[in-house]
Design a binder for this molecule. Structure first.
Ligand SMILES: Nc1nc2c(c(=O)[nH]1)N[C@H]1C(S)=C(S)[C@@H](COP(=O)(O)OP(=O)(O)OC[C@H]3O[C@@H](n4cnc5c(=O)[nH]c(N)nc54)[C@H](O)[C@@H]3O)O[C@H]1N2
Ligand SMILES: Nc1nc2c(c(=O)[nH]1)N[C@H]1C(S)=C(S)[C@@H](COP(=O)(O)OP(=O)(O)OC[C@H]3O[C@@H](n4cnc5c(=O)[nH]c(N)nc54)[C@H](O)[C@@H]3O)O[C@H]1N2
Ligand code: SF4
Ligand SMILES: [Mo]
Length: 730
């Protein structure tokens, strides 16, 4: 008789936090349902997590290590053993190091999952300062860095305790579909059902905006100006939390003086947001106690990234919603991420980190989490300057889709002597590698992680339930590689690293003094109750011990200590000449519930729900260009052109279009898998200028034009492919 059991494990099909109950039949996963007792997701999962079996058993998974047998990118591969793969990698690392030094190796990881810290750890142990992640300078980390600089530590929105937020301000964030932890997409709905008011700042009328008390529709890229005008209202109308600000805030007068340049009437012209609405939103948010700012990715996708994040964050500080129930919460740090071994990297190497000269908040020795600057690294690959970068390790990174300006990113990848890619599928980035390695998916590996992201009141555990083919977890691969390279870290097992994380939990929380990984696996999750207002004991962990509106850390590096607005370089205002030819403003991103970043397009049940990339176009604009809903259109910028399918909607301004990001076509047999067809990063730019402090490149707010694409074959190819359950198009 078949043996049936159920096991709880953390889903990491996105950044994670939902707990799944997986049924195993004779040890093999056969069913996934949400775990009703899960502390954060509280019995819910999204369609991506629920499609986990399709991912696990997908016939297109990379099944074993493979070596390129034709020219790079030709799509010819030969099976090799893991031993052969390790030998090839060790030989290449040694050859590149001998010729160019360790700094010529770049380790590129992907957005915030188990492998991210493992890759950084590998880079440090190997001895290269050049690790990168395509989100990092343009995703979440600017929020973390700004919080660390101004309030000492990152704080998350507190949906978790007894107190419901009275008002949620969702700024450039559509977390009912996205969010930095999986739980956010459920908890925002819960908060609204419990009566929270909602203000949404988004150029699109999203699902969240539809439910908002106030929907603000700004011109893309002008968020910092909008925030400064709201601060202007909050300070001038004395709506700020006087008690908190007097005692705990540094720089009120300086901020007030700065906002003199941003009165609501002037900002209304910059942002297209009516003056009355700016005032109403500021008044509504300031009156709410507690108020919760959910700041999102849109703030970070411009060249004014840090100051936009600073400006929006200042609203939360002024309204006193810091480390307070139902506002922002600092969290308990129940378990740290895996140690990154930064002490293994020599000072000499740290100083060689690409980007260190120009972008201190990203790469300086005293940056909160030093990493290399992607455009500088890619330029080094292409040009050999300031020094050559010749080896590339990709782990959970589909850079050809996720990094700006695919044309230049492609050229850079191709210029390497050696590229090794560890992934689940043959992505376009994997296809231009020399070696590909089969990665374990989320039910095939162990992990200990603290959630909510970066604040961590709960430990969640991902468990190895099964293994398909010859896949390995990234941590196993890197540990073994270090071992074979003769580096000392290789002596540790992946489980040893998990124990290091739990040893911190054991030492900090007496109730967990016996907690080891074995026990944690039995429990799946443990939580500690939050303690709020921690700053009241010793002040904030900043130079002034206060929450800083005037940022002393940015000042020490020579950057503007106060938030400011900078007009993006490619808009009808900054480039009226260009706007004659490219009259529309393009924004990108806008997550879809069925896909995570560039993933999941090969999962039939998910792809069937959203088979094609959509470009949002206002009906007036569509009419002006002769476009009907459902037509394929070209979208063109100075860099190139792509095609997406028109979604004609009055939920977008007639002067703006929004393209989805992350689109490639696994059903396209050619090894580029449609990389150039609908990938929005063909349209974006990786050239300077960048955000001064963080080095961020822009992914939103460009000038574009659109026109019809008659005769597009993308739908036909899909409907004829193995992915599609529907009938062939006639
Ligand atoms: N389902 C799903 N969930 C995800 C992801 C996914 O791909 N799919 N990705 C994960 C990742 S890596 C991240 S970083 C997060 C991102 O999650 P979010 O922060 O929610 O990011 P987006 O959905 O890209 O953008 C949020 C909103 O910004 C709006 N927007 C565009 N331009 C502007 C602008 O100039 N100003 C303002 N104010 N708004 C603008 C868009 O219309 C969009 O609705 O989600 C994570 N979760
Ligand atoms: N224009 C534009 N560009 C953007 C964005 C945007 O909104 N607009 N968003 C940006 C943001 S916020 C981010 S975070 C980045 C994301 O950029 P990436 O992190 O490069 O994006 P992913 O699609 O998540 O790529 C992850 C790859 O890892 C593989 N994978 C999944 N799990 C594992 C695993 O456990 N191990 C290994 N080795 N591989 C695994 C997947 O199959 C996939 O190919 O993109 C950025 N790029
Ligand atoms: S939201 Fe993320 S963690 Fe939750 S079920 Fe979906 S993919 Fe999994
Ligand atoms: Mo991201």
């Amino acid at each position: 008789m078949a043996m049936i059991e159920t096991v709880k494990t953390l889903c990491r099909n996105c950044h994670g936090s939902c707990v799944a109950e997986v049924t195993l039949k004779d040890g093999k996963p056969v069913k996934i349902v949400p775990d009703k007792d899960s502390p954060l997701s509280r019995g819910r999962m999204c369609p991506k997590g629920l499609a986990g079996l399709e991912l696990l058993y997908h016939p297109d998974r990379i099944k074993n290590p493979m070596k390129r047998t034709g020219a790079r990118g030709e799509g010819k591969w030969g099976r090799i053993s893991w031993d052969e793969a390790y030998d090839i990698i060790c030989e290449n690392i040694e050859a590149i190091t001998k010729k160019y030094g360790r700094e010529a190796i770049c380790v590129a990881t992907g957005t915030g999952r188990h492998h991210m810290n493992q890759c950084i750890r590998f880079a440090n142990t190997l001895g290269t300062p050049n690790w990168v992640e395509p989100g990092f300078a343009q995703c979440f980390f600017p929020r973390v860095a700004v919080a660390k600089m101004t309030i000492g530590e990152f704080q998350c929105c507190d949906y978790y305790g007894e107190v419901n937020p009275e008002c949620v301000l969702a700024w450039g964030h559509n977390h009912i579909l996205s969010g930095h932890g999986g739980e956010n997409l459920f908890l925002i709905g819960d908060a609204m059902r419990r009566g929270a008011k909602l203000i949404v700042v988004d150029p699109r009328r999203t699902v969240l905006a539809e439910q908002a008390d106030i929907w603000i529709q700004p011109r893309p890229g002008t968020d910092a100006a909008l925030a400064l005008a709201m601060i202007h209202v909050i300070i001038h109308e004395e709506l700020y939390d006087k008690e908190f600000v007097e005692k705990w805030v540094y720089g009120l007068d300086a901020m007030k003086a700065r906002t003199d340049a941003y009165p609501p009437d002037k900002v209304a012209e910059i942002t297209w947001v009516p003056e009355d609405q700016i005032r109403a939103a500021a008044q509504m948010f300031a009156a709410a106690k507690p108020g919760m700012m959910e700041w999102g990715l849109a703030l970070e996708h411009t060249l004014n990234c840090v100051q936009a994040v600073r400006a929006v964050g200042a609203i939360q500080i002024l309204t006193g919603n810091i480390d307070t129930p139902g506002g922002w919460m600092e969290g308990m740090g129940i378990t740290p991420p895996p140690p990154k071994n930064e002490d293994r990297l020599s000072l000499e190497m740290k100083k060689k980190r690409l980007g260190i000269e120009d972008h201190k908040l990203l790469a300086a020795l005293d940056a909160p989490n030093p990493g290399a600057h992607i455009p500088t690294v890619l330029a080094a690959m292409r040009t050999g300057k300031p020094y050559p970068v010749k080896g590339l390790f990709l782990s959970g990174n589909n850079g050809l889709l996720s990094v700006a300006e695919t044309q230049k990113t492609y050229e850079a990848h191709m210029a390497n002597d050696f590229v090794c890619c560890m992934d689940l599928f043959m992505t376009p980035s994997a296809e231009i590698s020399d070696l590909v390695l089969p990665a374990a998916s989320w039910m095939e590996l162990d992990e200990v992680v603290g959630f909510p992201a970066y604040t961590a009141n709960t430990i969640l555990v991902q468990k190895e339930l099964t293994r398909t083919h010859e896949c390995k977890s990234d941590e196993e691969f890197y540990c073994e590689l270090c071992h074979r390279l003769g580096l000392d870290w290789g002596a540790e097992t992946p489980e040893g690293v998990l124990e290091q994380q739990l040893s911190v939990t054991r030492s900090r929380f007496p109730q967990f003094r016996d907690l080891d990984f074995k026990r944690m696996k039995e429990l799946t999750y443990v939580s500690v109750p939050p303690v709020y207002g921690k700053y009241k004991k010793n002040g904030f962990n900043t130079k002034t011990k206060k929450a800083e509106l005037y940022c002393t850390k940015l000042e020490s590096w020579g950057y503007d200590p106060l938030p400011c607005y900078v007009e993006p370089p490619e808009t009808p205002v900054s480039r009226p000449d260009l706007a004659e030819q490219y009259p529309l403003i393009l924004t990108t991103g806008g997550r879809v519930i069925y896909f995570f970043a560039t993933e999941n397009r090969q999962i039939p049940s998910l792809r069937n729900k959203h088979p094609f990339p959509l470009v949002d176009i206002h009906p007036e604009t569509a009419a002006a260009y002769g476009v009907n809903d459902g037509d394929w259109v070209f979208i063109e910028t100075l860099r190139g052109r792509i095609t997406q399918k028109a979604n004609v909607t009055d939920g977008i301004d007639p002067r703006v279009v929004n393209c989805e990001y992350g689109w490639w076509y696994p059903e396209e047999k050619n090894p580029d898998h449609g990389l150039w067809e609908s990938n929005v990063n063909v349209l974006t730019s990786i050239d300077p200028p960048f955000d001064p402090a963080m080095g961020t490149y822009a992914l939103r707010a460009f000038l574009c034009k659109i026109y019809k694409n008659d005769g597009c074959k993308i739908e036909e190819r899909y409907y004829n492919s193995y992915l599609c359950k529907k009938q062939k198009l006639t």
